[in-house]
Design a protein. Structure first.
Length: 413
């Protein structure tokens, strides 16, 4: 195809790239989105289990992580959750909120994608599909973006919004990191985040599929790092569920650096250990049943059997005949069950990538490169990742908005 000319070329047609394009076009810039797959916004369709939790009602410290997590704070103030909801409602999306999580009223992620595409069409933003960016060169005040199969693009400014490496089937294959590196940007090693954890010789394997509300505490080299409450999903390889995802980015980096990692699980977070001890002691003396039967109605039956086995208590042991050591082991397994973590699942099972372009090399007000003027970054390619709950999509929309706004300033002068 022939060369394309525009004011702003956006590399990547995901959430951040689309927001950057819409924002820049609304400011009068001629925008082209260069997407290396055959569709845009693929990853949006898989978020929130297909419902697209696109932001959250609550923002607080620790929502974002990275080498400098506070880097995100200024940008969130420029385009926060309220402005995101207003933006989507303005382009035709009905929204609803549940437990602080914002969703499309249709409960379909495709609704989010479709209103974004509708706005792109309204603004006459050109999208070039299957454009595989190989290099970017700057000559005088123009950028030439080269492709191995779709011609070249000449632009005044460039926004790199290629995503990370999580869920490569949606287009996030890590290609943006190479582009950034070729432009002399430092990349903090990308690792899986919001991802299940692996434990070799996992003793709860027989309880695979069980879900329960717990408190999970992460230990790295025997030092307590972080506690989270929420739903755990037990798998045949280890631990999953939102409560585990919130810990996982720290696990990824700890294991990368050869540290020892464990997760301590409290299956009875609403009790103190003393309260649970007294409750069960009274219950066992009263019921005088085999211990497995005496515990019916407390935890999932499969989990009870697994925990009893780990405590070295036979399931047919009369509950009123437990020794002091057996009772102590039981309480420890219920309230301080320790899981040695030996790995994390791959990027294919991760919801987001940790790591990316170092924030030290980006302007902390505009997201423009400090190395090459006229290059901006947005979204997951930056070394910022969020917790579960819509925070990563919020970062995509926020950073896309800021990059699109700043890149389009003075573009037609």
């Amino acid at each position: 195809m022939k060369n394309i000319s525009c004011d702003i070329a956006i590399i990547g047609g995901g959430a951040s790239g689309i927001m950057a394009g819409i924002t820049a076009a609304r400011n009068g810039a001629k925008v082209v989105i260069l997407e290396h797959t055959d569709k845009i916004a693929k990853k949006i369709l898989s978020t929130g289990n297909g419902r697209c939790n696109f932001t959250n009602d609550s923002f607080y410290e620790d929502c974002y992580r990275g080498c400098d997590p506070k880097f995100a704070d200024y940008f969130i103030l420029q385009f926060d959750n309220k402005k995101t909801v207003e933006f989507f409602e303005d382009i035709g999306l009905m929204t609803t909120i549940k437990d602080g999580y914002y969703y499309p009223y249709s409960n379909q992620a495709i609704s989010v994608r479709d209103v974004l595409i509708k706005e792109l069409k309204r603004l006459k933003i050109k999208i070039v599909y299957n454009f595989n960016t190989t290099s970017i060169n700057k000559t005088n005040d123009k950028f030439e973006i080269h492709s191995d199969n779709s011609g070249n693009c000449i632009s005044k400014k460039v926004i790199i919004a290629t995503g990370g490496m999580a869920a490569a089937k949606t287009g996030s294959d890590g290609s943006g990191y190479k582009i950034a590196q070729n432009l002399n940007h430092k990349i903090i090693k990308p690792l899986p985040a919001l991802v299940p954890l692996i434990s070799n010789n996992f003793v709860l394997k027989s309880a695979s599929g069980v879900r329960c509300d717990i408190v999970a505490t992460l230990f790295i080299d025997n030092k307590e790092i972080l506690s989270q409450s929420g739903q755990l999903q037990i798998t045949d390889y280890g631990l999953s569920g939102i409560v585990i995802f919130q810990l996982s980015r720290y696990v990824s980096y700890a294991l990368e650096y050869g540290k020892n990692v464990s997760v301590n699980i409290n299956f009875f977070p609403s009790f103190t250990q003393k309260e649970l001890y007294l409750y069960l002691k009274n219950r066992f003396l009263k019921e005088k049943l085999p211990i497995e039967s005496a515990l019916i109605g407390t935890l999932n039956n499969k989990l009870i059997v697994s925990l009893l086995k780990n405590a070295h208590i036979k399931t047919n042991t009369p509950s009123n005949q437990l020794t002091g050591k057996e009772f102590s082991n039981l309480i420890d397994n219920f309230c301080q069950f320790n899981v040695n973590i030996t790995g994390v699942k791959s990027f294919d099972m991760a919801q987001v990538s940790a790591g990316g372009v170092s924030t030290n090399q980006l302007n902390n007000k505009t997201l423009e490169s400090n190395i090459i003027k006229g290059i901006y970054f947005a979204g997951e390619i930056i070394d910022i990742d969020g917790k579960c709950g819509g925070y990563n999509l919020q970062w995509a929309f926020t950073s896309g908005y800021v990059a699109g706004t700043c890149a389009s300033k003075g573009i037609n002068k």
